[in-house]
Design a binder for this molecule. Structure first.
Ligand SMILES: NC(=O)c1ccc[n+]([C@@H]2O[C@H](COP(=O)([O-])OP(=O)(O)OC[C@H]3O[C@@H](n4cnc5c(N)ncnc54)[C@H](O)[C@@H]3O)[C@@H](O)[C@H]2O)c1
Ligand SMILES: [Zn+2]
Ligand SMILES: [Zn+2]
Length: 362
């Protein structure tokens, strides 16, 4: 029997989100029904609400989640009810060009549940990033469930499902930060601070945090920033150069994704350095760079999809590092909130009051 639960939806562009009844089908072949325990509020949810991702309204928001498997459909052999899982939004197919050449973190054919969750009147919902976890139950593809040690707090684990993994992975996987390198991170929200933590765990010598908000810069120090630059009052490129013997950083990670931050990232990097774009731009944004500088400065310009993570490899490892006291992921949780507080959480995110508000279900 399909289940009716309350979920947070964005009905139309730019309108406040609302809590309403949604219908969640029983899991079909290859699917899993999950009792959501916690789901973080990510900037990408706000992008959806603002129509910045696509126009497939209504959206069922929420995608940074952990929960307990409630039921599985036919053919699901590696999950069972009761398993504690982090939901991932890139369930790899195992067969596409990327998977076949041994790079499954780039999988070009990731998949979601086949059946649609709907509004009470039958209108199909578009779940954010194929998850939709601002609801006490959600339906996903079984491959979107990654089992981890259940000793971790659900509100901490859920964050690995998106922003924190994206940031950690931008530093660890995409940039491949090595011991002794210099790193600069633009934008110190949940994603940027996770990139700072990743750089720090990798052994970076210098980690420059850049933001337009002094409070964010203060928090960034708690994740390993050795230097800070407020780019609303100081020049970003000069600030990074000053912290790196005048050279620029080996790695610059843009966790904002605006033409001006990307342009600054490009020039704040040392010769042969790497730029990693982990923030998500909107479709209208354009960037112009002198081609001679693209050549002359060398190095590489990379994008980081979900921190180029492989959930089955990275989630259990990062949870274990956290449980061993070596990855302070709990610091990302600014507050736990109820399902009715998502719009207020967007407001707090907008004003820079939080790193992550996390909806918890009891
Ligand atoms: N690549 C991925 O897989 C992935 C995953 C999750 C989120 N994201 C994206 O990462 C970005 C950051 O997400 P978040 O949840 O950390 O957002 P957030 O709103 O919590 O943080 C953004 C930070 O950037 C700062 N900022 C804004 N404009 C700035 C500017 N011009 N210069 C310097 N700092 C500036 C803000 O003060 C804030 O601290 C978003 O674009 C989000 O969509 C990407
Ligand atoms: Zn694939
Ligand atoms: Zn997200």
């Amino acid at each position: 029997m399909p289940t009716e639960v309350q979920g947070v939806i964005a009905r139309s562009k730019g309108e406040p989100v609302e809590v309403t009844t949604i219908v969640v089908p029983d899991p079909g072949p290859g699917e899993a029904l999950v009792d959501v325990k916690a789901c973080g509020v990510c900037h990408t949810d706000l992008h959806y609400r603002e129509g910045g991702i696509n126009d497939d309204f209504p959206f069922l928001l929420g995608h940074e989640a952990s929960g307990i498997v409630a039921a599985v459909g036919d053919g699901v052999t590696d999950l069972e009810p009761g398993d504690f899982v982090i939901l991932n939004w890139r369930a790899v197919c195992g067969a596409c060009r990327a998977c076949s050449r041994g790079e499954p973190w780039y999988c070009f054919a990731t998949h979601n549940a086949t059946q649609k969750m709907t509004l009470a009147d039958g209108t199909p919902l578009s779940p954010a990033l194929g998850i939709g976890a601002f609801a006490s139950k959600t339906l996903v593809a079984a491959g979107q469930c990654t089992k981890v040690n259940p000793a971790v707090k659900p509100e901490v684990a859920g964050l690995l499902g998106c922003g924190v993994m994206a940031g950690l992975g931008a530093a660890l996987n995409t940039a491949g930060v090595r011991r002794g390198e210099t790193v600069a991170v633009i934008g110190c929200g949940g994603v940027g601070d996770a990139a700072i933590l990743g750089a720090s765990v990798a052994g970076a010598r210098t980690v420059v945090a850049i933001d337009v908000d002094d409070r964010k810069l203060e928090w960034a120090k708690g994740f390993g920033a050795t230097h800070t630059v407020n780019s609303s009052t100081a020049d970003l490129i000069e600030g990074v150069q000053a912290a790196t013997d005048g050279f620029g950083a080996d790695v610059v990670i843009d966790a904002v994704a605006r033409p001006e931050t990307y342009g600054a990232a490009f020039y704040a990097r040392d010769l042969a350095g790497r730029v990693v774009l982990v923030g998500v731009p909107t479709p209208d944004m354009k960037i112009e760079l002198p081609l001679i500088d693209v050549f002359g400065r060398g190095g590489s310009l990379k994008s980081s999809w979900y921190g180029d993570c492989l959930p089955s490899r990275d989630f259990p490892m990062l949870v274990d590092m956290h449980l061993a006291g070596r990855l302070p992921l709990e610091k990302f949780v600014s507050e736990t909130i109820g399902i009715g507080d998502v719009e207020a959480a967007f407001e707090k995110m907008h004003h820079g009051d939080v790193l992550r508000s996390v909806v918890v279900f009891t």
